[in-house]
Design a protein around this ligand. Structure first.
Ligand code: UT7
Length: 337
């Protein structure tokens, strides 16, 4: 894709007014994985930057984690479910094919006056969901939007495949977005891109209409994540650099203006490459990959919530979020606090 989506002209002030996250208690360490597949702590840390990841218990679904993150975000915003008009859930690990995970979250937080739907853009899902929320809020169609990114990747991970099982973890992040009374602040730009020609690089091949569940699809382990790791890596480095540099450049933002870069946490080497392209100091990059691994859409959502709740953001701070994922999809969101 060479043509770039246009820049937001005179963006309506739409900002994050609350954030929260949930991570399951159980920790799966690299040492644990050494007992399961032919791998080593040293290999995983050196090639990915991951030390451990969280795993949800069998009885906990994606929406259960989403509800806990959503309730935390609502508390932080000083709102209840009744105040929410629209719920978007970004996930590739829905509770079921249908209904949407967002509808289960709606039920869990008792948001009776809202409508709810899912977005599937894999690891870029939270970025796509923020941009969608922005469009609905800016149009005046809704007033308070809950965006949740929740993933139970452990349910789709093949713990006999060392190429993938060392990477993924479970978790959920959520934010409440609203119009704010601060012109020039809030979401000031986003770039969304995708290239369906690369759809085969990263997928769960069976369980949909193309290959419904059957004894052979189960026998061939087709309901698990399948990935061309090296190809995804090459694509990711280019896409992350492209979206990071372009959104900064077209908004006249220099590396030193950015308070936090919150990137998708797939591989520390990919994040380092994107930051280097921008000339960004490591102290301004939010990392959680060492603790949680790759949580797909939830990685950036938990990252944003961690920054909001634990690091503190001051008026005028610039936050740049960037991600890439299956599809392939990639994109970025620029927020001025
Ligand atoms: O959210 C988006 C989802 N995914 C990604 O972003 C993943 C992008 N890709 C990556 O992060 C990297 O490609 C990986 C971390 C998946 C792999 O790292 P790599 O440096 O690209 O390794 P590789 O695939 O080139 O494999 C190097 C070697 C191979 O052995 P040989 O062929 O050189 O003998 C692999 O079989 O490492 C081997 N290997 C492992 N060894 C120990 C692959 N996985 C493992 C493992 N432990 N877990």
């Amino acid at each position: 894709m060479t043509k770039l989506p246009p820049k937001l002209e005179s963006p309506v002030p739409v900002g994050v007014i609350g954030a929260g996250y949930y991570l399951p208690e159980r920790i799966l360490t690299n040492k644990d994985l050494e007992q399961m597949v032919d791998t080593s702590d040293e290999w995983i840390v050196e090639r990915t930057g991951i030390h451990e990841r969280r795993i949800a218990p069998p009885e906990m679904s994606t929406s259960d984690m989403g509800v806990l993150a959503a309730k935390a975000a609502l508390r932080n915003a000083g709102l209840t479910g009744n105040d929410i008009d629209m719920i978007i859930c970004a996930t590739v690990t829905p509770d079921m094919m249908f209904p949407s995970t967002a509808c289960f979250i709606q039920r869990g937080i008792e948001a009776r006056e809202s409508f709810a739907f899912d977005i599937t853009a894999a690891c870029t899902g939270f970025i796509y969901a923020l941009a969608t929320a922005y469009a609905y809020l800016a149009s005046g169609y809704v007033h308070n939007v809950l965006v949740v990114a929740a993933e139970k990747l452990s349910a789709f991970t093949d713990y006999e495949d060392r190429n993938t099982c060392v990477l993924f973890g479970d978790g959920a992040g959520a934010v409440v977005l609203s119009k704010i009374n601060k012109p020039g602040h809030g979401i000031i730009d986003f770039i969304l891109e995708s290239d369906g020609r690369l759809a085969n690089l990263l997928q769960v091949p069976a369980g949909g209409s193309r290959t419904p569940a059957s004894t052979s699809s189960i026998g061939e382990r087709m309901h698990y994540i399948s990935m061309e790791g090296r190809e995804v890596f090459k694509f990711a480095v280019t896409a992350m650099k492209r979206t990071t540099v372009r959104i900064a450049e077209r908004n006249g933002i220099k590396a030193e203006d950015i308070r936090w870069l919150i990137p998708h946490q797939a591989n520390k080497r990919i994040i380092d490459a994107a930051a280097e392209a921008l000339g960004l100091d490591a102290s301004r990059i939010h990392f959680n990959i060492h603790k949680y691994g790759n949580m797909s859409a939830a990685s950036t959502a938990v990252g944003l919530a961690e920054v909001v709740l634990n690091n503190g953001l001051k008026d005028g701070d610039i936050v740049l979020m960037v991600a890439f994922g299956a599809g392939m999809t990639w994109g970025s969101v620029l927020i001025k606090w």
